[in-house]
Write a protein that binds this ligand. Sequence first.
Ligand code: NAG
Ligand code: NAG
Length: 418
Amino acid sequence: MAAAFTVISLLLSVCVQGAAPVLSFTRSDFPEDFVFGSATSAYQYEGAVAEDGRSPSIWDTFTHAGNMPDKSNGDIAADGYNKYKDDVKLVIDSNLEAYRFSISWSRLIPNGRGAINPKGLEYYNNLIDELATHGVQVHVMISQLDPPQILEDEYGGWLSPKIVEDFTAYADVCFREFGDRVSHWTTLDEVNVAALGSYDIGQIAPGRCSDPFGFGTKKCTVGNSSVEPYIAAHNMLLAHASATRLYREKYQAVQKGVVGINIYTMWAYPLTNSTADLEASQRFLDFYCGWILEPLVFGDYPSVVKKNVGSRLPSFRKVQSEAIRGTIDFIGINHYLSVYVNDHPLEKGIRDFVLDVAADYRVSRTDPPVGQHAPTSIPADPRGLQLMVEYLSEAYGNLPIYIQETGKSISELQASKF
Ligand SMILES: *[C@@H]1O[C@H](CO)[C@@H](O)[C@H](O)[C@H]1NC(C)=O
Ligand SMILES: *[C@@H]1O[C@H](CO)[C@@H](O)[C@H](O)[C@H]1NC(C)=O
């Protein structure tokens, strides 16, 4: 049986500013191969967006168009580009064993493909050296929702299969330049909700959707919520698989790292014990987790996803199916909350992903369904996290699982995501 390795990712600010809680457990209550760490993402962390040759990512464009509820942007963020040494010191002083960060594709390769930016290369080398020389395990996310704007302009980013080749070449640079010191590679972040947030409800960059599926009161001007989320996720899966194969063929024997992918997870409790709700809960898991993990573990989408989405779902040719099957060494998950799920019979008209699931959900048993209601507080659910880890382990081949983000998500902004 594979051990369940876990990285608990806490935001640095939480570690540093939060009052010390009284804990009823110690490090020795956890297995030795359990890993505690913290994490950041490039756009939320680095700042220095126009320094030293970095070009804009789709998030620079998105925030500068005023799309954040509070009109904020990542121009300065945590200024990690300049202050990374202070942050590594916090990691060390907190006795954390691992640190995960993401690489800004448009900082390392400003044209999306081709020439490497020497200043970008130097920054990541310095950061990795700072971690490695202090014995901190280095976990890298290759791209955390922020591909270069230049590729968005050229061919629509994740909507084009052309991105598979460019992503693979970018990953190749990362493996070649940094792989001697990196133990864990995660190709992409929250593939499932990245596809939904970006292309179904249009809430995150590049903010595409079609009416009436926009988030909240968003008026959708460009996009197609019925098909684009499926196309984007399909290309992300092919890009992941291509990069992983490259790593295995060219680097893994020497560098001895592992490669995984990250999905956003919500544990699904059935709202009632009716057969319809029990099936809806399984369908919810098949859509939110299986959509991404089944192709990577077994070579194809779950049958209920194929059935409900029909011809809008891209299919894998036989050679693609063989190329993607078995391309994860571990599953990375983010888990903030659990939901109560009930059956919502499949609607006949135009559908998006949310309607394709044919289920409603809510964060508390007594709430109306999300969609009709934005929850104001979202309870953390450690038991749901445990059930999710057990479920994924059993359903997807007992792979190691890393909890890459978790915590309590009760802020107004988080709640307003619904
Ligand atoms: C979305 O794409 C589908 C399939 O190509 C098409 O039938 C539908 O009209 C498109 N919807 C919009 C809003 O463009
Ligand atoms: C459903 O059945 C399980 C197992 O018997 C029980 O624990 C749970 O409380 C039931 N849920 C509801 C909503 O009745």
